[in-house]
Design a protein around this ligand. Structure first.
Ligand code: XMP
Length: 544
């Protein structure tokens, strides 16, 4: 399968480069910026991209395997990637007087090219760009035609002050610095800006010009044919072995379950789900029904509510609650896995996504930013199986929305595919303070009403994550002639791309009032409802 290989030097937008290329219909893979090319299978690689980075090219230890310049493969440097090429190939990179950030206008000097001899790669690159972008004339370069300028997205503190030998500048930023360069003879290109950013005009065309024009990719990659490959890979890796998958009820593990069931005999697939008693209303039943519909034969549901509530009794501190839940989860999981008496050589499947690898800093080089650490409990069982090469992570190259698309192809229920994220510690971090069975029941009812109404009002899919939070305060109210003290419930709804930052969902007031009234009228113990209007940062999405 043809692919584009992306060297990741730690930019926050590297994952987006990969995604944009797949959107063009070409498979892409991201590898750590310090990868040794000798260890990489280059057979189907059509071209290389060097990503951006928060570092300077002169930072200690910054480098790339120099054989990227000798393999004869097309090469595109983006931002730092371009500076890396420039510094490596004999040009000069220096700090800008002022960091350039955000939208910047670029002019493309096309006609010069027509007056020189163009390499086939350059000709193919330019042939794929809209001709209306080129400035009319280079040789009477008096006025730049502003209609032909386009806006790119920049984020850099260094610039090229001298191009490396053989390079030509054909795009210039409004501040006069090189924005697009190419090599006269070799299929090497560079953009100082980020074509992958949503706000970059012609970003897809510019990437397409490289991927199709220069690299000669044919396109046609799609989730359908990727599914075929994944099934084959799963079959090959599993052989005759039994595969165990620990499912949480979330999108990633459910899609993995569906994929395993579509790829292997049902007898070879064991699914285990621990119900901590901290789940949402009907969650366990829904997961059970969805997996049975997909043909699951060995579905092990472990009901452990009592154990979790006993361990949490009287515990009020969020981090303590998280630790108790994480530790107990591992203990129960390991005990129950042992009780299954699986064949000794069984494999363990996980719903790891590409973004989980970036977030845990595992897959993509030391410079990748470590964003989340508290979210995934490290289980000794998983660690031991990983050391033995007995972990199978079929979604590890996919982004969340791609995993969802795959889930649809393997007929997973839409309610599970579109579900908002849910934290591992579940309702325990949404009941502020001590957790009790009664509080779980109250919150579960209120949350189910809230979410059900969001669906009915057609709002659910506009929101990244919505949930109710039970506060440890009671407030006065009236019911009939009586004064009553009911709990205060906070409703949360945020929009977000990845959970790292989040905005408050601008709730239509009419819907919000209706939902709040329904909750206070239906859930006896809730006396008052508030709406959380805090963005992240400074608040977090969860309340604990
Ligand atoms: P915060 O609250 O940190 O949440 O803004 C960001 C995203 O992570 C989820 N989250 C967790 N997920 N274990 C998890 O598996 C946790 O302890 C945890 N805490 C927060 C949260 O729901 C949101 O999607």
């Amino acid at each position: 399968m043809e692919k584009i290989l992306i060297f990741d030097f730690g930019s926050q937008t590297t994952a987006l480069i990969g995604r944009r290329i797949r959107e063009l219909g070409v498979y892409s893979e991201i590898i750590p910026g310090d990868s040794d090319l000798a260890a990489v299978d280059l057979n189907d690689v059509k071209g290389l991209i060097l990503s951006g980075s928060p570092e300077s090219v002169y930072a200690n230890g910054a480098s790339v395997d120099q054989s990227v310049y000798t393999r004869g493969l097309p090469l595109l440097g983006i931002c730092y990637g371009l500076q890396r090429m420039t510094a490596d190939l004999g040009g000069v990179v220096a700090p800008l007087p002022k960091r350039e950030y955000g939208p910047v206008s670029v002019t493309l000097i096309g006609e010069t090219l027509l007056h020189r001899e163009m390499s086939p790669a350059v000709a193919a690159f330019f042939a794929r760009l809209p001709q209306s972008l080129f400035q009319p004339s280079l040789f009477q370069p008096t006025e730049v035609n502003p209609d032909r300028a386009f806006t790119v997205w920049m984020s850099h503190g260094d610039t090229l002050t001298t191009l490396a030998p053989g390079f030509v500048q054909c795009g210039t930023s409004e501040t006069g610095y090189p924005a697009i360069v190419y090599h006269r003879e070799k299929p090497w290109f560079g953009f100082q800006f980020h074509p992958e950013a949503t706000h970059c005009e012609y970003g897809a065309e510019l990437l397409g010009a490289f991927v199709f024009g220069v690299c000669g990719a044919k396109g046609g990659w799609s989730m359908e044919n990727y599914l075929g490959e994944l099934r084959e890979q799963v079959r090959l890796k599993a052989g005759n072995r039994t595969v165990l998958l620990l499912i949480s009820g979330g999108v990633d593990s459910s899609v993995t379950a569906a994929l395993l069931l579509k790829s292997l005999p049902a007898d070879a697939v064991h699914l285990m789900y621990v119900d901590t008693g901290l789940m949402r209303k009907n969650e366990t039943e829904e997961v059970e029904a969805a997996l049975e519909k997909l043909g699951a034969k060995h579905l092990h549901i472990i009901r452990a509510e009592d154990a979790f509530l006993a361990a949490l009794a009287g515990k009020e501190q969020p981090e303590e609650k998280r630790k108790i839940i994480g530790d107990l989860f591992i203990t129960i999981q390991e005990r129950e896995v042992a009780r299954l008496n699986l064949p000794l050589d069984y494999l363990l499947a996980q719903g790891t996504l590409y973004t989980d690898l970036i977030e845990s800093g595992k897959g993509v080089g030391e410079k990748a930013r470590v964003i989340k650490s508290h979210h995934n409990v490290a289980s000794p069982l998983v660690a031991a199986l990983r050391r033995e090469g007995r972990i199978i992570e079929p979604l590890e190259k996919l982004y969340k929305d791609e995993a969802r698309a795959l889930g649809r192809l393997v007929s997973l229920d839409e309610t599970i595919i579109g579900r908002h994220p849910f934290p591992g510690p579940g309702l325990a971090v949404r009941i502020l303070g001590a957790v009790t069975k009664e509080k779980c029941a109250i919150l579960r009812e209120a949350d189910a009403l809230y979410i059900g109404e969001l669906r009915k009002h057609g709002l659910y899919d506009q929101i990244w994550q919505a949930f109710a939070v039970l506060l440890p305060v009671r407030s006065v109210g009236v019911a009939g002639d009586e004064r009553r003290y009911g709990y205060v419930l906070a409703l949360r709804a945020v929009t977000s791309a990845d959970g790292m930052t989040a905005d408050v969902f601008p709730f239509p007031p009419k819907d919000l009032l209706e939902i709040a009234a329904l909750i206070t009228n239906t859930v006896r113990d809730i006396g008052r409802v508030t709406y959380d209007i805090s963005s992240k940062p400074p608040a977090t999405i969860e309340w604990e």
